[in-house]
Design a protein around this ligand. Structure first.
Ligand code: ADP
Ligand code: MG
Length: 586
């Protein structure tokens, strides 16, 4: 129960609602426990009518019966009403807490840094915010409600039973220990089996999901049969596991009923003996039998409630793991930022913590405000890592990054990121309209003029207007798919629309031809004037106009300077240049 205590703050938040719910539960059970008494007394009264006189007073009999029936109905109605109110308070409380908890987890997810997302897969993140929170909800709602209910029902019923005969009460409850033990073991068995069913079920759905998302590959390789065989097998195993579970469940109720039967027999037999001695009445025996039945279901569900609590405990533990995680990168300041756009790396090294790969090794460079720095190098040489560091998705392992001469670690991160237009190497587009995808970079109102302007600068405008729905064209699963180059240009439009002080292009023109690339770079040129720009590319053509070029190899800067300088150095850059020139001339 340690993990679940985290939720106490929510119980505290909704304490009035909760207390009201408990009051309703108490009210419900007062009426529930009273109902057998009505029947018992009624039966006694009616039987007196039969004993008392030789001749039966029919009117009186009918009146008595109607009175008993009416009273019973009234109590049942009131009980039902309070039951309704109980659910309206406790279950609603659990839903409210579920909502709060989901928001809390989501807010935490947003705070956590990129390295957290590297460590944990998306499925896991999704599970904890949906499945796990739902399981916790079952504890907050039903489990709490049933437990409190059982508690009060038990107290009230025992009270009534003891007031009739403590001896009979003891007899009737004698099967209880056996029942408890049995419920415990059977529920455990059911839990175990249902867990296996659940695991198999999620395996099955993962499998199906993979098949559907990879359907094109599946078909192209003509692997449908292989896959459906596999699915059959998994499905068969699911069936077997479910049947095993059903078998135990099927045993559960009959066993309970047998035990209840024993209690009932004891109540009738022992009660009958006592009635003959005149210690109790027939009506009271009847009330006892009704009490036994009243307690049956809440008792039988005790195992179920325990399993809910256990599952909730496990789920909350998983949720807590994420909630307790400290974001590695947090915003250190809220002060205003007047960014000029100077970027300086001072002996920056970076090692990816998970893989231990050293991606950067003592990299130093400086870009003045408004300058363009190009970084060129083979795949895996650390180019993207530099952009990640500039955007502060990670912090350097050693060395310093200075922005306008100040350590990036001390700068207001939110304000800083607002000033950065980052085009990642892998484009991500939302399943939304083109317009919204571009405007994603904007704060506040969508400005159609700005959107069109950004599209023009990214050399995408003519493409977009040729679509039937233009800027309202929907992308993604239910819409059209853009080509690789179009996606990259859209991503660029998204970055430049916010008019940032620093632009970071991570190899984002790889899928467009050289000519288009030059178009874009040229049209951005006037725009870039006031912006510090980082261009990453493996094409010499796109870097040669930069103010400064870094050649990266295996995490180290091997050459740096302007195009002319590097060309004359006759090193790596020159080699690359000559090779690409040759290819272009072919
Ligand atoms: P480039 O962009 O120049 O192709 P990267 O900066 O992406 O190179 O990668 C540099 C090195 O860091 C590579 O060896 C790569 O395998 C490694 N690397 C990149 N990203 C990660 C990551 N998220 N986790 C672990 N290693 C990484
Ligand atoms: Mg890269």
């Amino acid at each position: 129960m340690k993990s679940l205590s985290y939720l106490n703050k929510y119980f505290l938040k909704y304490k009035w609602r909760f207390l009201l719910g408990v009051l309703f539960i108490i009210a419900t059970n007062i009426f529930t426990a009273q109902m057998p008494v009505i029947i018992g007394d009624g039966v006694d009264e009616l039987s007196h009518l039969f004993d008392d006189s030789n001749e039966l007073d029919k009117d009186k009999l009918i009146r008595s019966a109607a009175w008993v029936g009416g009273l019973y109905f009234l109590f049942a109605f009131i009980k039902g009403f309070f039951l309704f109110l109980t659910r309206q308070t406790i279950i609603i409380m659990s839903r409210l807490i579920e909502y709060d908890l989901k928001n809390e987890v989501y807010a935490q997810y947003q705070k956590l840094s990129a390295s957290f997302y590297k460590k944990n897969n998306t499925g896991d993140l999704m599970n904890r915010i949906s499945e796990d929170v739902s399981k916790v909800r079952m504890y907050l709602g039903p489990a709490v409600m049933y437990t409190v209910n059982l508690l009060f029902l038990f107290v009230f019923v025992i009270w009534q039973m003891l007031s009739v005969s403590w001896e009979l009460t003891l007899y009737v409850f004698s099967p209880l220990p056996i029942m408890s033990v049995l419920i415990y073991f059977v529920s455990r068995m059911i839990n175990k089996r249902s867990e296996q069913v659940q695991i198999q079920q999620s395996a099955l759905s993962t499998m199906a999901q993979e098949a559907f998302s990879g359907i094109r590959v599946l078909k192209a390789y003509h692997r449908e049969n292989l896959f459906s065989d596999e699915f059959d097998r998994a499905s068969e195993s699911y069936k077997e596991k479910t049947l095993r579970q059903v078998k135990v469940e099927a045993l559960f109720m009959p066993t309970i009923i047998v035990l209840i039967g024993i209690s009932t027999i004891l109540a009738v037999y022992i009660g009958g003996l006592k009635a003959m001695d005149g210690e109790i009445t027939v009506g009271q025996i009847l009330a006892f039998v009704m009490y036994i039945n009243l307690l049956t279901w809440p008792f039988a569900s005790l195992g179920w409630v325990t399993s809910i609590v256990q599952r909730a405990e496990a789920s909350q533990k998983r949720i807590n793991e994420f909630l307790m995680e400290e974001p590695e990168i947090s915003n250190p300041s809220t002060s205003l930022l007047d960014l000029q756009g100077e970027i300086e790396f001072k002996n920056v090294s970076f090692t990816y913590p998970e893989s231990g790969i050293q991606a950067l090794n003592s990299v130093s460079f400086k870009v003045n405000p408004g300058e363009t720095l190009a970084i060129i190098g083979r795949t895996g040489s650390g180019k993207s890592t530099i952009t990640n560091l500039v955007c502060r998705l990670f912090d350097p392992s050693s060395g310093k990054i200075l922005i306008d001469g100040k350590d990036l670690k001390n700068i207001n991160l939110d304000a800083y990121r607002k000033e950065i237009g980052y085009v990642p190497q892998e484009v991500f587009l939302f399943s939304d309209s083109i317009k919204e995808n571009i405007a994603f970079g904007l704060d506040g109102e969508n400005d159609m003029e700005a959107i069109e302007d950004a599209a023009k600068k990214a050399d995408l405008f003519t493409n977009i207007v040729s679509f039937q729905h233009g800027f309202d064209t929907i992308l993604g699963e239910r819409g059209i798919t853009l080509s690789g180059g179009q996606k990259q240009r859209l991503s660029i439009a998204r970055a430049i629309i916010k008019n940032p002080k620093i632009l970071v292009f991570d190899d984002c023109l790889s899928a467009v031809d050289t000519e288009t690339e030059e178009n874009i770079l040229r049209s951005l040129k006037d725009d870039m004037g006031a912006k510090t720009t980082l261009i990453i590319s493996h094409r010499v053509s796109s870097v040669k106009n930069a103010d400064k070029i870094l050649v990266l190899d295996n995490g180290s800067v091997v050459e740096s300077g302007s195009h002319d300088e590097l060309y004359n150095q006759n090193g790596n850059y020159r080699q690359l240049y000559d090779k690409q020139l040759l290819e272009n001339q072919k």
